[in-house]
Design a protein around this ligand. Structure first.
Ligand code: 9Z3
Length: 308
């Protein structure tokens, strides 16, 4: 890690950057519809008798897949962040099995729960899988909200966090989506397809304001917050994860390296660093199974502090 990187990591998120990001973002289509379905979902799953899935009022927002950065308003080209969405889709299944209700904020076309090896395809929705009881269980306790761009992702995340505010410490934010660090502000973006006749293309990307601290401190201050840190260089992975834990006051940062992410992750909290591995003695076993088990355990401890 070099000095510039270090200094950037420690820089606070200026309020004006956040305000101007949202003010200049294209209006979210279906915002009213999304708010309505979130309200119904929260009402249904946080009654005094607990949620429909049995675990008293526990809700998790799982962000999954990569965000895009459009280069043109009428978008032909975009920059993408790598993520198949497998981590988010598989974790959704384990959280549902653990009794949570789930808001699944996912990239259109990425992996889906209960068919995580299949892409999200409207055609597949035409088939009902009557034999799979887990899919029937998911009715009413799983709310799926799709995004494509960084603008949609952050606007929907804000709507979710506001809707879950009253859930307090029983809510988890499990942020496995691969979120763009850089973007072109809407007002400086070309309207039409950029022409190649004018020669090589120079583009200057602005930094996406670090919304983790806004989410943690303002949007959902009582919730249990988990972010992911992805690196390709193992030598800096743990240092970066520890820095994110402190800077954004996360309750947990899950560190993973690109090539081994399906085998193991390292869970970093203020108290511990735990390596969680896939059980390779069982065919089809996924690292998300012991990972979600550990998260649920630490979340229970977190909730108890508020009961005392
Ligand atoms: C992750 O690290 C996820 O575990 C993966 C999952 C994207 C690697 P797949 O979807 O892979 O199963 O193919 N997500 C977070 C990546 C990220 O952008 N983190 C930011 C960072 O590392 C912090 S929010 O700076």
């Amino acid at each position: 890690m070099d000095a510039i990187d270090d200094a950037n990591q420690l820089r606070e998120t200026p309020k004006n950057e956040v305000i101007s990001f949202f003010e200049s973002a294209p209006l979210l289509k279906d915002a009213a519809e999304i708010e309505k379905s979130l309200k119904e979902f929260v009402d249904r799953n946080t009654s005094s008798s607990g949620n429909l899935n049995g675990k008293a009022n526990r809700v998790v927002c799982i962000a999954s897949g990569g965000t895009t950065v459009p280069l043109e308003k009428q978008c032909v080209r975009y920059i993408d962040n790598f993520s198949s969405g497998h981590r988010g889709a598989a974790s959704t299944e384990y959280f549902l099995k653990a009794g949570y209700s789930v808001v699944f904020l996912y990239r259109r076309g990425s992996c889906q729960p209960f068919c995580s090896s299949l892409p999200d395809d409207p055609l597949l929705e035409c088939f009902s899988v009557a034999d799979d009881s887990s899919i029937e269980v998911a009715e009413g306790i799983l709310l799926k909200l799709p995004f494509t761009t960084i603008f949609e992702y952050l606007q929907i995340l804000q709507l979710i966090s506001v809707s879950l505010r009253d859930v307090g410490p029983s809510a988890i934010f499990f942020l496995a989506a691969a979120v763009s660090d850089f973007y072109i502000p809407w007002e400086s973006m070309a309207l039409h397809k950029i022409q190649s006749a004018s020669g090589p293309l120079d583009i200057r990307l602005a930094q996406v304001p670090k919304m983790l601290s806004v989410l943690r401190n303002e949007w959902a201050p009582m919730a249990f917050h988990i972010s992911f840190k992805l690196e390709t260089d193992t030598d800096i992975l743990l240092a970066k994860a520890t820095m994110a834990l402190k800077k954004y006051k996360m309750h947990m940062v899950i560190a993973n390296e690109l090539s081994t992410r399906k085998e193991e992750v390292i869970v970093v909290t203020e108290q511990e660093k735990v390596t969680v591995r896939r059980d390779c003695t069982r065919a089809g076993a996924e690292v998300e199974s012991p990972l979600v088990e550990l998260v649920v355990d630490r979340h229970s401890t977190y909730i108890k502090k508020f009961d005392a």
